[in-house]
Design a protein around this ligand. Sequence first.
Ligand SMILES: C[S@@+](CC[C@H](N)C(=O)[O-])C[C@H]1O[C@@H](n2cnc3c(N)ncnc32)[C@H](O)[C@@H]1O
Length: 182
Amino acid sequence: MLEVVALIFLFILIQFYTLPPIFMLFLVILFLPSLYQGFLNAPFVPFPNSNLDKIFNTLNQNFKLKNKTFVDLGCGDARALIKANKFGMISSGFEISYLTYLFAKYKTLKFENLKVNYGNFWNVELSEYDFIYIFMQKKPMQEFYEKKWPKLKKGQVVISAAFRMHGLKPTIQENGYYIYVK
Ligand SMILES: C[S@@+](CC[C@H](N)C(=O)[O-])C[C@H]1O[C@@H](n2cnc3c(N)ncnc32)[C@H](O)[C@@H]1O
């Protein structure tokens, strides 16, 4: 999403200035993976803070959160990581959009036990996380169910915002999110 804004800005800029082709090539190479992944999985559309509060209140009522590990797959502006951090969780996020990653990194500079990583979440080893949060479109959620869910360990918790994993009964189902305990 931020890349789209940046590309529009760049397009306007090249109407007035001549930018070196190597610079243009660099930007295309930098932005291409995130544009592609954003299209495939989900662009940067942040989950509303009020809904995240509901998720964390539900989690807090049903599980022990302090010192547990939390990961956000496609962490956007790191808002879920910050909420997790407030509940004493050790949180990590993975973000493929470079501009969004930089923004999330900047936003979380002062936080301890919170790490924002640049990378593709499909390559992330999930076994080390107690809580896995994901807000993706319908198709990648189904892909997650087929490829990642079978490899999770007993007791790991998946929180899916907006879209459910079809074929799997949620342990907790609320309006707008689904919680699954493996
Ligand atoms: C719908 S937003 C969710 C943002 C955040 N998790 C939230 O709940 O507010 C999806 C985010 O995932 C990122 N994303 C999409 N595909 C990804 C991938 N393969 N690896 C890492 N991040 C990805 C997008 O760039 C975007 O920031």
